[in-house]
Design a protein around this ligand. Structure first.
Ligand code: HSE
Length: 417
């Protein structure tokens, strides 16, 4: 075990979680030293003892450290700090998926040029192994698909909603538990999961960072009733991020899906994340674990520090060279089966109207259920469709919404996993 001199930048939930774990005294890191902490202000929840505190976080770079652990969050200041550290010959460990998504390619190249390491295991699924596994352990495999529930906050919210809780109450609980981002709208609107699948896709498919112009949708429109209706078809609702490579190009997306309750990801509740890798040598390969929170993030950070402490080579991580980017497929041209929810006036001929509009776009019904009348007198109709191109479904949905007997509509794409 090599001695490791560590400087931590940031003193929030994640940084104090790492500190408490490291000073906890496990023999794995008995030889590591936290030399200093860059903290703009004290954190009443954690006493750093006699550790040197620097109010100017950039001064951490000038200290006698081997590695700077960037836990300040955000994008541009974090990029500046990481750049300074790499240029000063310090390794960097970060849990910051936003800075890796936006500037990862440039920063990895900078680390290579400076002959130091940039490690970011906790940027995706917190401590649940994903980055080093994909970059190193799966290196012999050709990967065709990466599909994951990559946001702990949304899975926590959806799991509780399935049990009957309200969206707002559960979001508050997720914030209190330290799962949500400082701006929780990034969790809720699908951005956080999109950045994570962008990072996994860059490593699996050499798609570069950042990848722009892919489809991102959050869980804002999911309601408790969707779980009840989904249950009729043995489905549940999850938020999924997908990267899939085929002969035509790369499919990249982050949005809610209906999943069969028999699928392995459907059974993951609460803050758990899960990823399915489709590979040529291992077949379908799954990983699942806690995807947010200070303990899980500390686990990933320590695994990166351990890699640095035990690496005899200057370059223990094999990242792609990002030289060739696959063609990004247009979301409108992708094919899905859909769950369609329609709230309609309780009048004769409505089903015939829906059939006509769907038939005009070549959309076939797989199953149709008319539910009991709502308190307002309207009737919910729930449809599962046959596979159809996204743009055809959007035309049909627009036609339905233009019709006065259709009062509300929603689609959720069905994912076969
Ligand atoms: N807000 C993130 C989540 C934290 O809920 O998954 C981990 O990136």
């Amino acid at each position: 075990m090599t001695k490791l001199k560590i400087g931590i930048c940031g003193w929030g939930n994640v940084a104090t979680g790492l500190y408490e774990q490291l000073v906890g005294g496990d023999e794995i890191y008995a030889d590591w030293e936290i030399c200093c902490i860059g903290a703009r202000r004290d954190n009443p929840k954690c006493n750093p003892g006699s550790t040197k505190i620097l109010r100017d976080i950039f001064k951490v770079v000038d200290e006698d450290i081997d590695v700077l652990v960037e836990l300040i969050g955000g994008v541009e200041t974090a990029k500046e700090l990481i750049t300074m550290a790499l240029n000063s010959g310090k390794h960097v460990v970060t849990a910051n998926k936003a800075v890796i998504f936006e500037h990862g390619q440039e920063l990895i190249n900078l680390a290579k040029r400076n002959n130091v390491q940039l490690l970011f295991e906790s940027a995706v699924c917190a401590g649940t192994p994903a980055i080093k596994m994909l970059s190193n352990d799966l290196i012999a495999n050709k990967i065709s698909k990466v599909a994951g529930m990559l946001n702990g906050t949304t899975n926590f919210i959806l799991s509780k909603m399935e049990e009957g809780a309200s969206f707002e109450a559960v979001l508050n609980e997720a914030q209190e538990k330290g799962y949500a981002e400082p701006d929780p709208s990034l969790d809720i609107n699908g951005t956080d999961a999109a950045q994570k699948i962008g990072i996994l896709s860059a490593l699996a498919f050499n798609s570069g960072l950042p990848t722009t112009n892919f489809y991102i949708e959050g869980i804002e429109n999911i309601q408790s009733e969707d779980f009840a209706y989904a249950n009729d078809f043995h489905f549940t609702v999850k938020h999924l991020a997908v990267a899939k490579l085929n002969d035509r190009g790369l499919e990249l997306r982050s949005h809610p899906v209906m999943l069969s309750k028999n699928s392995s990801l459907a059974g993951l509740k609460g803050v758990r994340n899960g990823i399915q890798f489709d590979t040529n040598l291992l077949g379908e390969f799954h990983v699942a674990g806690s995807g947010a929170g200070r303990e899980s993030t500390a686990s990933g950070l320590i695994s990166d520090l351990y890699t640095l402490a035990n690496s005899n080579q200057s370059n223990p991580m094999q990242y792609p060279d990002f030289s060739k980017k696959p063609n990004l497929l247009n979301f409108d041209d992708l094919i899905f089966k859909y769950y369609v929810y329609l709230e309609v006036k309780d009048e004769p001929g409505v089903l015939a109207l829906i059939s006509k509009i769907f038939a005009a776009q070549g959309i076939g019904f797989d199953k149709v259920i008319q539910k009991d009348q709502l308190d307002n007198g309207n009737v919910p109709i729930v449809i599962l469709t046959d596979p159809i191109i996204e743009k055809e479904m959007q035309v049909a949905l627009q036609d339905l919404e233009n019709h006065p007997v259709i009062l509300n509509s929603k689609i959720i794409r069905i994912e076969d996993l």
